[in-house]
Design a protein around this ligand. Structure first.
Ligand code: 5GP
Length: 190
C-alpha cells in the first residue's frame, strides 16, 4: 500500500438502515476514526445544523463545485445531490486516521475504484419490511416517497455482495460487535 493512500472505511446501505447510529458508537469507542462530513444540497431536517450530519450547501453551489472538480465522487440520492470533497480524503494520510464515510452504493463504488485499499461494509436490514417501518418512523409517510425509497433500497440490497463485509442490522449489539471486529483489524494493520 502506498503510504499516501488514505485509510478508508466506507459504511454503505439504504437510508434508515442504522448506519449513522453504528458510526456514532464507533467514533466514541475508537479515537483512530475520523468522521468525514460530506456535502449535500438537500434541505436541513429538524435537529440538524451545519456540519451535523452534513455540510449543507445550495443546489447552485453544489453544481459550481462539481464543475470545479471539487468532489472525488458525487451522486444524486432520492433526487438530491451528495458528495465527498477530494481534499477531505486526499489530505487524510497526514493525520494517521481511519476515515469513516457514510455513503451510498454508487458513491462507494466510485471511491473504491480510486482507492483500492478502502474497506467497505454494507449494512443490511433484516427484511425490506423492517426498512419500511423505519422509514415511517422517520416521518416518511408519503406513499410515492416511501415507494421510491423502498425501490432504491431494493436496488442497493441487490449489490450488497460487491462489498467486503455485510452486516445484518437486526440487533444493534450484534451488528456493532461485527463492525467493532472489522475496525480492530483495520487498526492493527495501521
Ligand atoms: P440522508 O439524506 O437520509 O441523510 O442520506 C441519504 C443517503 O445519502 C444515505 O444513504 C447516505 O449514505 C448517502 N450519502 C451521504 N453522503 C454521501 C456522499 O457524499 N456521497 C454519496 N454518494 N452518498 C452519500
Amino acid at each position: 500500500m502506498n503510504t499516501a493512500d488514505p485509510k478508508l472505511l466506507l459504511i454503505i446501505g439504504p437510508t434508515a438502515v442504522g448506519k449513522s447510529t453504528l458510526i456514532e458508537r464507533a467514533l466514541v469507542d475508537f479515537s483512530v476514526l475520523e468522521d468525514i462530513v460530506t456535502y449535500t444540497a438537500r434541505p436541513m431536517r429538524a435537529g440538524e445544523s451545519e456540519g451535523h450530519p452534513y455540510h449543507f450547501i445550495s443546489e447552485e453551489r453544489f453544481k459550481e463545485l462539481i464543475a470545479q472538480g471539487f468532489f472525488i465522487e458525487w451522486a444524486l440520492v432520492h433526487g438530491r445531490h451528495y458528495g465527498v470533497g477530494r481534499d477531505q480524503i486526499q489530505t487524510a494520510h497526514t493525520r494517521s486516521k481511519i476515515l469513516v464515510v457514510d455513503i451510498n452504493v454508487q458513491g462507494a463504488k466510485t471511491v473504491m475504484r480510486e482507492f483500492a485499499t478502502a474497506v467497505s461494509v454494507f449494512i443490511q436490514p433484516p427484511a425490506i419490511d423492517a426498512l419500511r417501518n423505519r422509514f415511517i418512523k422517520r416521518g416518511i409517510t408519503d406513499h410515492e416517497d416511501l415507494a421510491r425509497r423502498l425501490k432504491s433500497a431494493e436496488l442497493e440490497l441487490a449489490q450488497a455482495c460487491d462489498f467486503h463485509h455485510i452486516i445484518i442490522n437486526d440487533d444493534f449489539d450484534s451488528a456493532y460487535g461485527q463492525l467493532r471486529k472489522i475496525i480492530e483489524k483495520l487498526e492493527k494493520n495501521q
